[in-house]
Write a protein that binds this ligand. Sequence first.
Ligand SMILES: [Zn+2]
Length: 391
Amino acid sequence: MRHTVTIAIAIDALSWPAVEKSGFLREQCPFRRPVRTILGYSSAAIPSILTGQLPQVHGRWSYLYYDPAHSPFAWTRWLNLAGPLLHNRLADNPLLKRLIARWTARRHGFDGYFPVYDFPLRYLHLMDHCSKRWDFRPGAFDCPSLVDVLDQHGVPARFLTYPMPEEEIFQQCAAALRPDGPRLLFLYLASVDALGHAGGPDSPAILARLQWYERRIEELRRAAETAGVHVNLLVFSDHGMVPVRGTVDLRRRVEALGLRFGVEYVAVYDSTMARFWYPNPECRPRIREVLQQCQEGRLLTGEDKTRYGIAFAGDRYGQDIFLLQTGLVIHPSHMSRRVLYAMHGYDPDDRINDGIFLASERPAIVPEAITDLFALLLRAVGLSSPAEVKG
Ligand SMILES: [Zn+2]
């Protein structure tokens, strides 16, 4: 019997409409379906794929959260001595913040993807960051991941991801296709996400990129044939991508209350969500009132948080969370200075936000949601997931 290698390719933000329009891998992967995503960005969705769990179990959600006592950015408080020299749009820019994030990560030995985007430097010392450990490292999350389980069972696997260029990811994958090589090759490709934000979910740039992927995947198939290896190909995404149809200036409405940021309340304006903490609890009803009056989204209830799997202990990622309607973005935000052409991070019940799943063979587990991919990948290499073993 020929040695089987599972090639699992995660394409960040590849949407179902893009797959349908392009006919991506139509011949190679006849088994195709959309899969439900989770509420959150890739910072939470990739961990959900790797662990099979919702965010409240694996511990990752949006990058920044209010926790002044444990902030790795505490040292940035000293930068505030520069006052207005620093606290202006020109000096306090995303490039400087990228350097500050990189320096903070190096100083603490963090190897995770560690962006702070455009969060104001002035308040960065109040914030902690959830992505200190690289997603593909053993023990990265609060629960076991694919990496841990494969390790425990001695299944040889390779994870080929950023910061490696995509060309090299495919080259290394082809070189690893040997009868005595890894049984699982996991490729993480991020460029479709960036192209989608810039030009929409099924732009010509995306279709061109998908064609490029098809050619690389065809080369992998030929390399496997030469090596005498049978390939089980699985291709999936963490979420979709939706064209932006409007913006909401939530910040202006909250700031009109005249409350002091950093003293009375703290907010993170993500692109599709705003999250609030209240060092002064008296501010909470006032801010909630503003959010409840905002027609372009909704304040999540306790029931919503449980259902989406974001009921974190101590409301770590926000005492109040406001979620925009699909297609709208917060602007200005702490994510980006420009309004991007398309976005994700909306209500997963709205199926336009679905991710995708394509396979060369019908899998033993038919995935309904991205959280099913963990068990599916383990099954592909002949293992049961820890949850199944326990049950
Ligand atoms: Zn994205």
